[in-house]
Design a protein around this ligand. Structure first.
Ligand SMILES: *Cc1c(COP(=O)(O)O)cnc(C)c1O
Length: 637
């Protein structure tokens, strides 16, 4: 063995670069959560949480939430803006809001509201049900509640209900027709609304969310729309109600250039409106603060070329500069950062169930009598490989030959045994070529793809569609790290497959030393030893966007808190059970009791016709009923 250390593991899995200090490797090879950023005095070993859960018979996969990380993020965002404001001598405040669409789980929002109270941190809703959730919270009196998205009358009535109770609920006008409705309802309910105007931005971003800005954006008013809106609102006697100017140019803004450009554009609009007598007081810069998923600190779409501090300084600096030039009072700054608040706090922990490999069951390939010439040719390619060393040429020939072999089999010329021998020879040849390429200066695209196809897949007990939809939908990269053995050099290079019946249900893009990598280094699997891996940074969007592909449903969840007085460093505050088979079937209109009855009736008939005896029948009915109430994922000992 080499002198591999946990420092090497941290470097290999790029932990310091993507984790923002919330995770690290312990000396004993355990992956640690460090909710108190980087404080290795108060670590939580993820495998210890796994062990405790297994003792309690909790089934995996499990979503682990570290609430201390959430609190830390809320503090960090608010204090970073406060520091930027103090540094720039900016003459106003920061009053952020958390957009709950990023993760609406009650416990998550509870924690954020709690941690945010001291900073007058508020909430943002993008739909009627989200506003209903937001209205249940007792945020600070000064905090804002921002209502975005298209609105019907009930959505607006709910917002005005908040106004009746004295809360700072701001209805952001996304579309011109919303104005008349809002003012009519405000009049009916006899309450002064707070109005925000969303400006459609000219700045054109690139990346996954580029459609949120530019002329074709779905939301917001053009400049002429804004001027007409102001006139209309004034004419109706509600001029005092216009308080906030809002924009949102997309999520995960990888390049800070776009942040600066958008803030410049919007601040200029803000200043000019104020000069026309519009009583604006808040400038809301929307979301977009990115997360460095791949740890490259670059403009790649899974990364960001700035820090949170750079972001706050850029926003504060640009707004101050333009307002000073325009001679307009500095607005209260609002941001709707969601991803940056919740991404780090949760991860999905799953067990590797086994290995899928093309050459797992080789047959003997020694020459046999009467062997077909096609098989012998494959044999010769392998035997002579060392002499030729022209790997590309041999690979081309082997590919054609294997096509001919399959063809010959279809025409009935080759026997099953011959096909099996050819298959084994073919995979042996490819792996010999792959080894040969280890010292090559240049490897063609074709051969590189071939090398990747040789890698084994580790089968993992999870559903990509449920737990990391963005990996499938938008090629998002998320870090994956084993929970143990970080003091041991991983010797396998694999891709990951999930347990859905969909060949898209796999991960074949990983955080690597130079950006992304097609395979992930993991340890060899040891019989009788369980091996758990974690999928990280899943707390924003992934947690709540999952779909029920193959009816796997929601995961078991645990909420883990730091407890420095406990020898393990943690306690599990809450266990939230995931979906049972019966529950996910219910969503598809199956009725659990009816299903049990129907299966019982079928079994009773089998007993009556003596295909089963009564005792077996009763056992099978019980077993079916037990499965209805059990977890949907693979059960394992
Ligand atoms: C989605 C969204 C956000 C959250 O964006 P993040 O990039 O996750 O911070 C904020 N505001 C609006 C209007 C949104 O649509």
């Amino acid at each position: 063995m080499t002198n591999w250390t946990t420092d090497d593991a941290e470097e290999l899995y790029r932990i310091p670069y993507w984790s923002d200090g919330y995770f690290g490797a312990g000396a004993d090879g355990q992956l640690l959560a460090l909710p108190d950023v980087g404080n290795r005095e108060a670590p939580i070993a993820l495998q210890s949480v796994v062990d405790e859960l297994r003792e309690q018979n909790v089934q995996f996969p499990v979503v682990m939430r570290f609430h201390d990380i959430l609190k830390n993020r809320v503090r960090q965002l608010n204090e970073t803006f406060a520091a930027a404001i103090a540094d720039a001598d900016y003459q106003s405040l920061y009053r952020g809001v958390y957009p709950i669409k990023v993760n609406q789980m009650r416990e998550v929002v509870d924690e954020i509201v709690d941690a945010g109270r001291a900073y007058h941190y508020g909430l943002e809703a993008g739909s009627k049900p989200e506003l209903m959730a937001v209205l249940t919270y007792d945020t600070s009196e000064e905090a804002l509640i921002v209502c975005n998205g298209y609105k019907d009358e009930d959505y607006m009535r709910l917002a005005l209900l908040g106004r009746k109770l004295g809360r700072n609920v701001i209805v952001v006008i996304e579309e011109f027709n919303e104005i008349a409705t809002l003012l009519r309802l405000a009049h009916e309910m006899d309450v002064q609304p707070m109005i925000g105007l969303r400006v459609k931005m000219r700045v054109k971003t690139e990346g996954r969310w580029s459609e949120s800005s530019g002329e074709r954006a779905k939301f917001g008013l053009t400049i002429s729309g804004i001027l007409k809106a102001v006139e209309l609102i004034k004419a109706q006697g509600y001029a005092d109600a216009i308080r906030l100017l809002h924009f949102h140019i997309g999520s995960q803004l990888s390049d800070i250039r776009y942040v600066r450009q958008a803030v410049q554009e919007a601040t200029r609009v803000y200043a000019r409106l104020v000069k026309r007598g519009v009583p604006l007081a808040y400038l809301d810069i929307g979301g977009g603060l990115a997360v460095d998923y791949d740890g490259t600190r670059s403009r790649s779409h899974s990364s960001m070329n700035y820090t949170m501090a750079d972001y706050a300084a850029a926003v504060v600096g640009e707004v101050k500069q333009i307002c000073d030039v325009e001679n307009v009072a500095h607005p209260t700054l609002v941001s709707e950062s969601g991803r940056a608040i919740t991404a780090h706090h949760s991860c999905v922990v799953m067990q590797v169930m086994g290995e899928i490999s093309n050459n797992a069951n080789p047959v003997a390939t020694g020459p046999v009598e009467d062997e077909d010439i096609l098989v012998t040719n494959m044999h010769d390619l392998l035997t002579n490989l060392d002499d030729t060393k022209n790997y590309q040429d041999v690979y081309n020939e082997a590919t054609w030959l294997f096509d001919d072999i399959l063809h010959a089999f279809k025409l009935g010329v080759l026997r099953l045994e011959e096909l099996a021998r050819s298959e084994t020879l073919y995979w042996q040849l490819l792996s010999a070529i792959s080894h040969g390429l280890d010292d090559a200066d240049f490897v063609s695209e074709d051969l590189r793809k071939m090398q990747t196809s040789l890698k084994s897949q580790y089968l993992c007990n999870f559903s990509l569609f449920q737990s990391a939809a963005d990996i499938w939908a938008i090629d998002q990269v998320l870090p994956v790290v084993p929970l143990t053995r970080l003091n041991e050099e991983p010797t396998r290079h694999v891709t990951l497959a999930d347990i859905t019946c969909d060949s898209d249900g796999r991960i074949n893009q990983f955080v690597g030393p130079y950006g992304t990598s097609a395979t992930l280094p993991l340890h060899n699997l040891v019989a009788e030893q369980s091996y758990y891996i974690g999928l990280f940074l899943t707390g924003a969007y992934q947690d709540v966007m999952g779909d029920t592909h193959n009816l796997f449903g929601r995961l078991n969840e645990v909420h883990v808190f730091c407890d420095t007085k406990d020898p393990t460093g943690f306690f599990i505050e809450e266990f939230v059970p995931g979906s049972s088979a019966g529950q996910v079937l219910q969503v598809m209109q199956y009725n659990q009791p009816a299903m049990a009855q129907q299966v019982k009736a079928i079994i009773d008939r089998a007993v009556a016709s003596e295909k089963l005896n009564s005792r077996e029948g009763v056992k099978l009915v019980d077993f079916y009923e037990k499965c209805l109430t059990s977890y949907t994922y693979l059960c394992h000992p």
